[in-house]
Design a protein around this ligand. Sequence first.
Ligand SMILES: Cc1cc2nc3c(=O)[nH]c(=O)nc-3n(C[C@H](O)[C@H](O)[C@H](O)COP(=O)(O)OP(=O)(O)OC[C@H]3O[C@@H](n4cnc5c(N)ncnc54)[C@H](O)[C@@H]3O)c2cc1C
Length: 531
Amino acid sequence: MNESTPTQLQPEMPPTRWGDPAHAAPLPEGVRDLVGLVFSLGDTPAREDVQVPASHLAPELVDLLRAAIGDDHVVLDDATRRLRTRGKSTPDLLRQRSGDLADAPDVVVRPGSHDDVQAILDIAQEHRIAVVPFGGGTAVTGGLVAQRDGFAGIVSLDLGRMRSLLALDPVSSTATLGPGLRGPEAEALLAEHGLMLGHFPQSFEFATIGGFAATRSSGQSSAGYGRFDAMVVGLRAATPKGEVRLGGTSPSNASGPDLRELFLGSEGAFGVITEVTVRVRPLPEVKEYEGWQWPSFEAGAAAMRALAQGDLLPTVLRLSDENETAINLARPDAIGGEGAGGCLMITGYEGTPSATAAKKAAVTEALAALGGTPLGTEPGEAWAAGRFDAPYLRDALLDVGVLVETLETVTFWSNRDRLYGAVKAALEGALGEGTMVLCHISHVYATGCSLYFTIAAAGGDQPLERWLEAKRAANDAIVASGASITHHHAVGTDHKGWLTPEIGDVGVDILRAVKRELDPAGILNPGVLIP
Ligand SMILES: Cc1cc2nc3c(=O)[nH]c(=O)nc-3n(C[C@H](O)[C@H](O)[C@H](O)COP(=O)(O)OP(=O)(O)OC[C@H]3O[C@@H](n4cnc5c(N)ncnc54)[C@H](O)[C@@H]3O)c2cc1C
């Protein structure tokens, strides 16, 4: 098979907002009125008169980068540097909106191959230049905010040119993908061969294959297709120490500890992932999504546990708590409408007609026996149609001064209720009366589940400071509850202060030792991941 590359370039996200500008829309009038009943609304447009700090990188170092990968691929203009500043968390957007570009990189480099990446790392190591790998820029935990002190400058290493389907082994069901392919591009290239990956996080439209691997991302169809790290068969990375190829010889093995795991979730701190080999599967012939109503979050969660422990998982399985069910955030057109009440569960079935029919029949029987009420396909189809829309709604709410943000965590089933109560109380306590805290179970395992919280609160004069305080309180509550600081958003800079209780001092020493070995000058994403 020859390499294939998408022919169309996807749009850039605006620096102050999420997504495709063509899809952005203000709050629908009716929703604005309703939201205004709860929060006092203002008009908080992003500042346009912003200044990008001057590039600090010495001209001779810029020339070295140009000589290594070509003049056209080393970019210093303000607009490009602004687009590569931070990620897309609400704090990132609020900082961009207020004109704070202190974390702008000095230069953006666009390598076209593994060898280009290696050449950039060699220069960066020799001249102590910090390197921040940049995939889709959808990070929400500060993974794109490198520490500047002690470095000659910061290079944003934009992987956007490395966007090919490099190899396909249909017999073994594996595909090797370039790290810069965005979700839809990777799926479109695979679809030409009747295949799919099946990784659909809410950031699917803009996040990349390398980013999914570097953050151990998990998608909305994880019940059926698994998390991204579980799809990775092998990878190639460039490190300051040299090239690493891992996992390319077998589906699994007993050749010592699995070193792939060192790069999955390494957030650019150990190396730059330049190729990812993934397990692929046939495109589904059938897709069906349904809704189920549960009298309580507790009852719905118990049903999810029964499915997971009975090896009876559909492709999509998620459960909103009472608040999230009532608000129906994913459907701006339905906010404030007459909901079904209780807690809404979405189930989805994808595959061949016979396999989906059999799975659906078995799941339906189990859920009915556990006390669920079937709501038919309408809620499921509505969820599927709007599954990537919520981030656009966040922008519309930020525009009118409402603070909106999400966070996630994961624990064992026996600890779910305690964790849920503790995080909710922490967020409500920090953000005060009138705050809406919504939650859904987003991913399930036989042993536990992840909880995904969304908050909406009055932004006030200092929305950023208000959120940072609430986030600290939530992180403390997560750690005190004995849960994990992150299920799929990764550590970045925002969570690293809470990582040590989870992995212990020796765990931190192991991370530091790996970093020292692979990146002795510490140029790779300094300040990210490692406490
Ligand atoms: C609205 C929204 C919804 C989201 N929904 C989900 C969701 O449903 N599930 C989920 O898992 N996450 C979700 N996220 C988080 C985010 O999309 C993921 O973390 C994603 O995996 C990051 O991919 P990216 O290509 O955008 O990487 P970036 O944001 O560009 O980078 C993320 C981190 O990985 C590093 N990195 C990127 N590429 C490479 C590479 N090739 N080699 C080494 N390091 C690299 C970066 O330096 C950075 O530290 C969401 C984010 C937003 C804003």
